[in-house]
Design a protein around this ligand. Sequence first.
Ligand code: NAD
Ligand code: MG
Length: 396
Amino acid sequence: MKGICILGATGSIGVSTLDVVARHTDRYRVVALTANRQVERLAAQCQQYRPDYAVMADADAAERLATILHDTAPETRVLSGVAGLCEVVALENVDAVMAAIVGAAGLAPTIAAARAGKRILLANKEALVMSGNLFMAEVRATGAELLPIDSEHNAIFQCMPTDFARGLAAVGVTRILLTASGGPFRDMSLERMQGVTPDEACAHPNWSMGRKISVDSATMMNKGLEVIEAAWLFNTDHEHIEVVLHPQSIIHSLVRYVDGSVLAQMGNPDMRTPIAHALAWPERIDAGVAPLDLIAVSRLDFQKPDLARFPCLRLAFEAAKVGGSASTVLNAANEVAVEYFLSGKIAFTSIAPVIEQVLSNIPATELVTLEKVMETDMIAREEARQVIEMHHRKVV
Ligand code: NAD
Ligand code: MG
């Protein structure tokens, strides 16, 4: 039996993970579940999966959860805060940690899982974008296993030779081709994008996801973050990564080899496939996903992304090129701008200019410690709030 800890159990990825785990109760046991403040949802999950621990990041929420579980799941101990999150990932009977908290909040517990040498199933791409070199160094130091959950990176992992850590050139790989659906506004003009609402931005044509990553998909910042994520995971740089628009989301990414071969991974757009892959790797288990019907799909299209209509993708490539703290700043400014957009305070088309301004206001430095990463993240958030208040806040 493998013990599983799910960070962000109440979210889209967390719920899909529990769905896969529930199909294999002979292989996996849920040891710990965590969430931010969705008390009722986490309580119901605890009653169903009976974990040893439940953690709420929010202290008041933890108290309310403890009251509910006192009678309904008394064997589950309730902890709170970042300390609680970092404690449960390192438990001795935890073998694998699903890192599915959204945003920078996931960094500390995900690093703690790396330090404890666990198998990390990484959905929380922001953690890697913020602190790639330090994160990867922690993983190497303890021999933790890092398996990508992001569908593109999971696809790339499946198409790579097993010894890719030697360097892509050494294993005959010349390019990573990252596919992108283009999101809900793929063919929309910039003028029309100006007035789109949060609900329109979150209505992704192929995937059902949390609201933050849905907005990232609509601006294509998601693909930009994924370029940076891929560079760290596969030991390469942005010059060896190409983004290809593929509206059907059937090919999840591709790897090009020096001999002319291009390997692709395909499947229905359902996150349970990469989750099951990473949970069982190197074995394969049923994910509950319907078999891919190629006749029903019938065609696969590919286009070049338009950087003029999707400036966030350009900004991410530029940050990747600058290196150091630039991607930490990019991520922090994006998180703040997306929050403001989701609460109706800035226009969709203000997201990119806010990030661009913050990137130009904060000079890039080397990131040598995690404390420096956290400090840079805080400074960039504050700068983003100021840029928004001064230039972009909607007048109501
Ligand atoms: P979501 O918003 O549905 O869920 C987020 C989870 O994180 C929730 O359980 C929430 O309680 C928890 N959380 C939020 N803030 C927290 C905080 N401050 N402290 C502790 N916990 C907190 O998000 P999601 O769509 O499941 O995405 C999760 C991560 O996976 C993101 O990094 C996203 O980019 C990545 N990802 C998601 C998908 C997808 O299909 N949903 C695909 C690829 C990658
Ligand atoms: Mg993805």
